[in-house]
Ligand binder design. Structure first.
Ligand code: PMP
Length: 356
C-alpha cells in the first residue's frame, strides 16, 4: 500500500512524476534508451534542461525580467558558499538573518569570505519564531534569509523592504505560495522537497548582480560560468533534473503557484485547526510564524507517545517524527501531498483523543 509520506525531504512527489520517471528509466521519449544511459548533450535532454529552466522562471513570474535559472549540483548547501563567492566584495560585508539551523549553516560559510552582520537571531528560543524589527545595513553587499525553516516549522510571511539585494534559501517552500519573486536577487532551493528528487538545486539569479566582487572565482562556483554554459558546465544530474521538470509541468497543469497556494492553505488550516482544537496536542512554533509546509507539533502528555506512534503507523503514515534535534512531530505537507492524506492524520489525532 502506498504510504502517506509526511517526510521533510527527500519527500513526496506527484504520483504521475513517479510513473513518468519510471517509464523514462525504461525508455526515454521512445528512444530505445533509458534516461539513465543517455548523454546529457543529447538533443532530447538538452531540450529538457532548456524547458525546465524556462518553466521555473515562468512559474515564478520572472520570464523576461533579467533572471536566469540554473539546475546545478551540490545541493542547497553548496549555495551557502557560491552566494558569498559571487556576491560578497573582497573585504566586503553581508547581512544574514539567523532563523534556524540551515540559516546558521549559511552564516558559518559566509564568515569565511568576509564580514557577516547577523541582523537578528531566534536562537534564544530554539528558533521557534521568525525575528523581526531588525535593520539591514545599507552598505551590505546582500541580505540573506531562509524563507521556511524546515526543522522548526517557521516561515517568513513578510520580507523586509531594502535596497540591498535579497538572497533567499527557499529550499522547503519554493513554488508553494504566491510572492513577488522579482523582489529577490537570488533564490535557491535543493530539489528534494517541492521540486524533485535529491541531486540538483535550482538557483534563480538576477543576472545584473553578478561579476562585481573582484574575486577570482573557481569555475564550478561561478554562476556566470554556469549561465554561459546554459547549466551544462559539467555533467548535470540528468535524472533529478528530468524528474524536477516533470514536477514543474505537473505544477503548471495544476494551475501554477496560485492554485497550489490555495490548496496548501487548505491543508495547513486543516492540520493546524486540529492541533489547536485537540487538547492532546500543541503546536511548537509561534502561531504568527507557523509554516504551511512543515507543521511541527507536540503531545501535551508524552505518556501518549507510544499509542500515537503505533496508531499513525497503522494508518499508513510515514515520516512524521520531528527532526532529531527537536523531537516531537513534523508533518511536511509539500505541494504533492493530497488533502486526503492530511485528513488521515487528523482522523488519527481525533481517534487518539477518543481513546485517551
Ligand atoms: N536549506 C534548507 C531550508 C533546508 O531545508 C535544507 C535541507 N533540508 C538545506 C538548506 C540543505 O540542503 P541540501 O541537503 O540540498 O544541501
Amino acid at each position: 500500500m502506498k504510504k502517506h509520506n509526511f517526510s521533510a525531504g527527500p519527500s513526496i512527489l506527484p504520483q504521475e512524476v513517479f510513473e513518468k520517471s519510471a517509464q523514462a528509466i525504461l525508455d526515454f521519449n521512445g528512444s530505445g534508451l533509458s534516461i539513465l544511459e543517455i548523454s546529457h548533450r543529447s538533443k532530447d535532454f538538452v531540450a529538457v534542461m532548456d524547458e525546465a529552466r524556462a518553466l521555473a522562471l515562468e512559474l515564478l513570474g520572472l520570464t523576461g525580467k533579467g533572471y536566469q535559472a540554473l539546475f546545478i549540483s551540490g545541493g542547497a548547501s553548496l549555495e551557502f558558499i557560491r552566494v558569498p563567492y559571487n556576491l560578497m566584495q573582497e573585504n566586503g560585508k553581508a547581512a544574514y538573518l539567523d532563523s534556524g539551523t540551515w540559516a546558521s549553516g549559511a552564516i558559518k560559510e559566509a564568515k569565511k569570505f568576509g564580514t557577516v552582520d547577523v541582523v537578528a537571531s531566534s536562537k534564544d528560543e530554539n528558533y521557534t519564531y521568525i525575528p523581526e524589527g531588525y535593520t539591514i545595513p545599507a552598505d551590505a553587499d546582500y541580505f540573506h534569509c531562509t524563507s521556511n525553516n524546515t526543522i522548526f516549522g517557521t516561515q517568513m510571511h513578510d520580507f523586509p523592504e531594502t535596497n540591498v539585494p535579497v538572497v533567499c534559501d527557499m529550499s522547503s517552500d519554493i513554488f508553494s505560495r504566491e510572492l513577488d519573486f522579482s523582489k529577490f536577487g537570488i533564490i535557491y532551493a535543493g530539489a528534494q522537497k517541492n521540486m524533485g528528487p535529491a541531486g540538483t538545486a535550482l538557483v534563480v539569479i538576477k543576472e545584473e548582480l553578478l561579476g562585481k566582487t573582484g574575486r577570482n572565482i573557481p569555475s564550478l562556483l561561478d554562476y556566470q560560468q554556469h549561465i554561459a554554459k546554459e547549466s551544462m558546465y559539467n555533467t548535470p544530474a540528468v535524472f533529478p533534473v528530468y524528474a524536477s521538470y516533470l514536477t514543474l509541468q505537473w505544477l503548471k497543469n495544476q494551475g501554477g503557484i496560485k492554485a497550489i497556494d490555495a490548496k496548501n492553505n487548505q491543508k495547513a488550516a486543516l492540520l493546524y485547526g486540529e492541533i489547536d482544537r485537540n487538547p492532546l496536542f500543541k503546536g511548537s512554533a509561534k502561531t504568527e510564524d507557523r509554516s504551511k509546509m512543515n507543521i511541527t507539533f507536540l503531545l501535551n502528555n508524552e505518556a501518549h507517545t507510544e499509542t500515537f506512534d503505533k496508531m499513525w503507523k497503522v494508518a499508513g503514515i510515514s515520516g512524521l517524527n520531528g527532526h532529531r534535534s527537536v523531537g516531537g512531530y513534523r508533518a511536511s505537507v509539500y505541494n504533492a501531498m493530497p488533502v486526503e492524506s492530511v485528513q488521515v492524520l487528523v482522523d488519527v489525532m481525533k481517534e487518539l483523543e477518543k481513546q485517551a
